[in-house]
Design a protein around this ligand. Structure first.
Ligand code: GLP
Length: 241
């Protein structure tokens, strides 16, 4: 793992965006894995800025997102589909047909999970995957459990995650209880991974994920076994390393 500590969120976003820009410069039709949450916002803003100035060209890139809520209309403002459209896809020159998320409205969830996994494989696998981390160590929506999920699957969200994410919804009852998420196996197959973590409230989980034992009760800890991970921290998240 390469660990870098930046002064603030904006610097983290620039650092992560530079790695994605470099990936596209090396290979125009790169397959990029994207994430949602508040953490990637600075990265997306920095990528949009680079694209606007002509420093990076997304026209041949393809993207797959980590996850999506089940049963939510893609146009709902809290759907991950809408999040990506608002924060990245509408701000860079990527053709929308090149951007995929799991379909949380599919009739048959198992079939949708299989389709998504196959689509990633058919694209040649993910070249570079962006990740944030939940307070309980989840990546994508791979919640702490007794095993590492291999493939894209349907997840029942934990109370911790519902508690953390309900602030985005008008009421806690509106927050979906299930999501489709790439598996830990899907994430580990990405050729490169960029994990961005900021904030004092993530200092404990950062230390557990990066220095603690590798265990499915801290899903992000598996990244210690990946050959190419760059961890981009701010000073507060790095405080307990
Ligand atoms: C959600 C997403 C994760 C993300 C996490 C942390 O649960 N599924 O991919 O890493 O939130 O979000 P934040 O960056 O807002 O702390």
């Amino acid at each position: 793992m390469r660990i870098m500590v930046c002064r603030d969120k904006a610097a983290q976003g620039e650092a992560a965006a530079s790695l994605f820009a470099a990936q596209i410069l090396r290979k125009a039709d790169s397959v990029l894995g994207f994430a949602t949450g508040s953490t990637p916002l600075m990265t997306y803003a920095a990528l949009a800025g680079l694209c606007e100035r002509g420093a990076v060209d997304f026209s041949k890139a393809r993207t797959f997102n980590l996850d999506e809520y089940v049963g939510m209309d893609p146009s709902h403002e809290q759907s991950y589909s809408r999040f990506m459209a608002d924060n990245l896809f509408s701000k860079v020159n990527i053709p929308r047909e090149n951007c995929q998320l799991p379909n949380g409205n599919a009739k048959d969830m198992d079939a949708e999970c299989g389709r998504y996994e196959a689509a990633i494989e058919a694209a040649g696998g993910i070249d570079l995957q962006l990740l944030g981390i939940g307070h309980n160590g989840h990546i994508g929506f791979n919640e702490p459990s007794g095993h590492f999920a291999r493939k894209t699957h349907c997840v029942t969200l934990t109370e911790t995650t519902i508690e953390a994410n309900k602030r985005f919804f008008a009421s806690a009852g509106e927050m979906p209880r299930r999501a489709l998420s790439m598996g830990i196996g899907t994430i580990m197959k990405a050729r490169g991974i960029v994990l961005v973590i900021h904030g004092e409230d993530k200092a404990d989980i950062t230390a557990k994920a990066i220095r603690g034992p590798v265990t499915p009760s801290v899903p992000a800890s598996i990244l210690q076994f990946h050959p190419d991970v760059t961890v981009i921290l701010d000073e507060t998240a790095a405080a307990k390393l």
